[in-house]
Write a protein that binds this ligand. Structure first.
Ligand SMILES: NC(=O)c1ccc[n+]([C@@H]2O[C@H](COP(=O)([O-])OP(=O)(O)OC[C@H]3O[C@@H](n4cnc5c(N)ncnc54)[C@H](O)[C@@H]3O)[C@@H](O)[C@H]2O)c1
Length: 389
């Protein structure tokens, strides 16, 4: 059996809870040995809560001899700094989305990782979950024929959310970057690369604080970039997909994700989770929900916590750790992360210039092997075997 990959988490905020819990409990291949944060107290707290042996300064993690893999869970606008520092220190890196907030920065990191021969994996890893892998299998086994078009819709009140999650007020906090990325990632995992985009955008509202908590701020702010985006994506496969991301409305999500094919239609659930349902629609037949063909359905059965809603976040890290040991490419690769970002930035550029933007980067993502399940054996099942090859 391959040796475990010694791993550290950098950034001990909200999302680190589910990462740490999953990485400690679900995967043979990961040995989570350390946590670090610029806010040392936050790292101390996670180490105590989850029983992690070492709390380290960021420099100490970079300089450590034994840590091979660093998981970056900091806000998007500091990703470039943290990732670059860890790559330069010779560490493999997994980062939360988006890889960076500019395409130029992401390209620099891709080149750096290539030069150093290091892995750089990028969220969303929801694309490796049961819902989207089942959808991928439906496409790969030709259940709906050739996909000619699709639809992706998500809405929120992003300015109100930014009142609570203050990092959303910075670059990378607009609805397309923060949440739309899950829809783009899902489409990429199912249809492959995008060839060109054309979009219209509207900025976020100037947000006047609404909450009256102690220490509430009083001065207004505005999330940077387009917070409403209406776009057309032309995939290299020829499929045309209509995208609507609206962060200027209410927090009552009306998500939609569908692919229309020459023989049938696939209707998908929320791609921001691991268990989005997959419905098959044929003409003249009742709609039919497909059973999941893969594990990692987001149902976390190891000691319930308030963060279980975030499902199986961390499978992308485990899949990358297996890739490191087996010497093969990882699925949520740096090329996939760069392409996600280039599509989002392409929409922004098209909205600003009125021109169609060509997307130059390319990536490949192999599906996971079907037939493994994670719903028994205390939440582990045999699903980790599907991450090995
Ligand atoms: N909150 C969510 O629902 C959610 C879901 C999925 C993914 N994400 C992504 O995960 C990342 C973190 O989100 P979060 O909600 O945990 O944010 P958070 O603000 O709760 O936590 C971020 C942590 O990073 C630390 N940090 C900031 N700069 C740092 C630096 N230079 N070096 C080390 N630590 C640093 C902060 O002190 C903080 O503890 C973001 O990229 C976000 O997009 C968040």
């Amino acid at each position: 059996m391959e040796s475990k990959v010694k791993t550290a988490v950098v950034g001990c905020g909200m999302i680190s809870n589910i990462y740490i819990k999953n990485l400690k409990n679900l995967f043979h291949i990961i040995d989570l040995v350390a946590v670090g944060d610029v806010n040392h107290a936050a790292a101390e707290e996670k180490a105590k809560t989850y029983g992690i042996g070492r709390v380290m300064m960021i420099d100490e993690i970079a300089a450590s001899e034994d840590i091979e893999l660093v998981i970056n869970l900091t806000p998007a606008f500091v990703h470039h700094d943290v990732i670059k520092r860890m790559l330069l220190a010779g560490k493999h890196v997994w980062t939360e989305k988006t890889m960076t907030v500019t395409v130029e920065d992401a390209r620099e990191l891709v080149e750096l990782a290539d030069r150093k021969g290091l892995y750089l994996g990028v969220a969303p890893d929801t694309v490796l979950g049961a819902g989207l892998q089942t959808a991928r299998r439906a496409l790969d086994t030709d259940l709906i024929g050739t996909v000619s078009s699709g639809l992706a819709v998500i809405n929120r009140n992003q300015s109100l959310n930014a009142e609570v999650y203050t990092f959303l007020r910075g670059n990378g906090g607009s609805l397309p970057y923060d949440v739309g990325v899950y829809y783009i990632a899902a489409l990429l995992s199912l249809l492959g690369p995008v060839k060109s985009v054309h979009a219209f955008g509207t900025p976020a509202k100037q947000h006047v604080p609404e909450f009256l908590y102690k220490n509430a701020e009083t001065s207004p702010w505005q999330i940077p970039g387009s917070n409403v985006m209406s776009a057309s994506l032309q995939f290299a496969s020829g499929a045309l997909v209509s995208v609507l991301f609206d962060g200027n409305t209410v927090n009552a999500e009306q998500h939609a994700l569908a692919l229309f094919g020459s023989r049938g239609i696939l209707k998908l659930g929320d791609p921001n989770g691991f268990n989005g349902s997959v419905s098959l629609i044929y003409a003249g037949q009742p709609e039919c929900t497909l059973p999941f063909s893969h594990g990692y359905d987001g149902m976390n059965t190891v000691e319930a916590t308030p963060f279980d809603f975030y499902g199986h976040r961390g499978i992308g890290v485990a899949e990358m750790a297996w890739a490191i040991r087996k010497g093969r490419p990882n699925r949520c690769s740096k090329e996939y992360g760069l392409h996600c970002l280039e599509v989002l930035a392409g929409m922004e550029e098209s909205a600003a210039t009125g021109s169609t933007v060509e997307i130059s980067s390319r990536f490949e993502m192999k599906p996971l092997a079907p037939g493994y399940y994670s719903g028994f054996g205390g939440g582990r099942g045999d699903a980790e075997r599907s991450l090995m090859d």
